[in-house]
Design a protein around this ligand. Structure first.
Ligand SMILES: Nc1ncnc2c1ncn2[C@@H]1O[C@H](COP(=O)(O)OP(=O)(O)OP(=O)(O)O)[C@@H](O)[C@H]1O
Ligand SMILES: [Mg+2]
Length: 371
């Protein structure tokens, strides 16, 4: 076994409140050098607050923040080898592109030739090599954001913090910039910590995602981990569209929902543990009523370019979202099929006492409750 390298950034039990509002609740996280990380979560979940603790704009109430193993809770912001790119660019309007990017290196007193080489390198990296003499007011929004990225990178940070840098851009430009940011990160090999509340963007860009809600990291993992195996209702709902149905894990590989038992690929829960079952809309297919694992009635259907989005209801009153390439008809009763490996199981928060009481009630009433 190889020893694990010291993370470049580590939070250990970090808490932060503003007045009575507990904004970060005992945050533990590890960031390894050279990767692309994303903090993903809804507005107010504490994403920017985490970046501000890393950059030194805020100080934790308790807990430790480490940089390469050294505690930096009280290190002044200007001593930290991190830079931030903001959504609103925050460029100097009275300076041209070159001088904006040269700002940090000049402040550090670098020799003129070194500054020039650095600015040219950074402008090439963001594909603005020909724009050095332009005024900021003569640039589009997307170009201004590129200058902001070049300016932050010109300081040679070890970690680049990006607080929703793409939110102000239109869809196409945003897609292009997602790709470019990823390329820049790979080329420089430094650590990026990127904030977004757009789950598609997070899935497309990241090596590793932290999903936040209410000042708590709900789950962290690779995009695949988080999409395929959401750990709780919040994550399943926030990452992509999901059908989430209550069920009972009768035994290993057998889950009960909608009045039936289904074969699946999960194991290791208590017999009869209460669970939530996640089925992604794109993993469902329509078939005949006879061949369906479940039967639903189509309530609504809309064309979405490369698929049809169907809203349906089953006989137990559960609503289903289904994405298919061959449409059905509104009002039609159809069968639903899916594969055992498309059934994702999440633990349901149930106390030991509630669990015991529920199992007792099955004994009293025979098996009908579980059916
Ligand atoms: N200076 C402050 N004073 C008081 N409350 C604050 C302050 N800064 C942030 N908050 C509160 O802390 C919480 C987390 O804020 P934060 O900016 O970290 O959220 P966020 O996840 O970045 O949200 P958004 O996606 O809207 O940017 C919010 O409820 C916010 O109102
Ligand atoms: Mg924010």
């Amino acid at each position: 076994m190889t020893a694990k390298e010291t993370p470049i950034i580590e939070f250990k039990g970090v808490d932060l409140s503003f007045g009575d509002t507990h904004v970060l609740d005992h945050i533990d996280l590890e960031i390894d050098a050279g990767k692309f990380y994303t903090l993903l979560g809804p507005s107010g979940s504490g994403k920017s607050t985490i970046l501000k603790l890393i950059s030194g704009q805020l100080t934790a109430d308790s807990g430790d923040i480490l940089f390469e193993g050294q505690r930096i809770n009280n290190m002044p912001a200007e001593k930290r080898r991190v830079n931030t790119v903001f959504q609103n660019y925050a460029l100097f309007p009275n300076m041209n592109v070159f001088d904006n990017v040269a700002f940090g290196p000049k402040l550090k007193g670098w020799p003129k030739a070194k500054i020039k080489a650095q600015v040219e390198h950074m402008l090439d990296l963001v594909k603005l090599g020909a724009y050095a003499n332009r005024e900021i007011s003569e640039l589009s929004g997307g170009q201004q954001q590129r200058v902001a990225i070049a300016r932050a990178l010109a300081n040679d940070p070890e970690v680049l913090l990006l607080d929703e840098p793409l939110s102000a851009l239109d869809y196409k430009l945003r897609k292009a910039m997602q790709h470019e940011l990823r390329q820049i990160q790979k080329e420089l090999g430094i650590t990026f910590i990127f904030i977004t509340h757009d789950q598609e963007e997070a899935l497309a860009m990241s090596d590793w995602i932290f999903v936040m809600n209410d000042g708590v990291i709900q789950q962290n993992g690779t995009p695949e981990d988080i999409y395929d195996e959401p750990i709780n209702h919040f994550v399943a709902d926030f990452i992509g569209e999901s059908n989430i149905i209550k069920g009972i894990m009768k035994s290993d590989y057998v889950v009960h929902f909608d009045g039936k038992d289904f074969e699946n690929v999960d194991a290791g829960m208590r017999p009869n543990e209460r669970v939530e079952v996640v089925l992604r809309p794109e993993d469902l297919d329509l078939t005949t009523v006879e061949q369906g694992k479940l039967v639903v009635t189509i309530e609504d259907q809309s064309f979405r370019g490369d698929f049809y989005e169907i809203a349906a209801i089953d006989d137990d009153g559960n609503h289903w979202q289904i994405q298919v390439t061959n449409p059905g008809k509104i009002g039609e009763r159809v069968g639903l099929t899916f594969d055992p490996e498309d059934i994702h199981i999440m633990r349901y928060d149930e106390s030991e006492d509630d669990f015991d009481a529920r199992l007792d009630s099955y004994d009293d009433e025979g098996d009908h409750n579980a059916d």
